[in-house]
Design a protein around this ligand. Structure first.
Ligand code: 5GP
Length: 127
């Protein structure tokens, strides 16, 4: 079934994780943000950072979240990178949005990927 990217779905997997209905391997948490390990890692380090609020994707989050939520979110992304020790070798942040972005879970999240050479930015690209 097609994913609805216009209305927040309270039954999405990350909403269930936030309500404690599904488990996760937590990396970091505060009032506004949860960071946890991806269930199907695509690199040696693969952490997902999500806001606790009901935001579908990055445009919804950055338009509608409070300044406090936005600051807490990005500080958590930075703190996760520190905690994983991935600053010096480098890492990649990805936020998929909507159909063409291949977003699968309609709750805003940033992927933090690291731990080896991540290769070109997109399949077929040279950088
Ligand atoms: P998207 O394609 O929406 O950007 O990425 C969704 C991510 O969520 C995928 O990398 C997928 O492996 C991850 N994921 C899906 N279900 C679960 C789950 O139940 N637990 C965790 N920890 N990650 C999940």
């Amino acid at each position: 079934m097609a994913i609805d990217f216009d209305t927040y779905d309270d039954e999405n997997i990350f909403a269930k994780i936030l309500r404690g209905e599904l488990p996760c391997t937590r990396v970091r948490e505060d009032e506004h943000v949860l960071a946890f390990r991806d269930i199907a890692p695509q690199a040696p380090e693969h952490v997902l950072v999500i806001p606790k609020g009901r935001y579908i994707a990055h445009d919804d989050f950055h338009r509608n979240a409070s300044d406090a939520e936005i600051v807490a979110f990005w500080r958590t992304v930075a703190a996760v990178c520190d905690e994983l020790g991935i600053r010096d070798r480098g890492h990649r942040l990805i936020a998929n949005q909507g159909r063409d972005g291949h977003q699968v879970v309609p709750h805003f999240h940033v992927h933090v990927l690291a731990g080896h050479d991540l290769g070109p930015m997109l399949p077929g690209s040279s950088t």
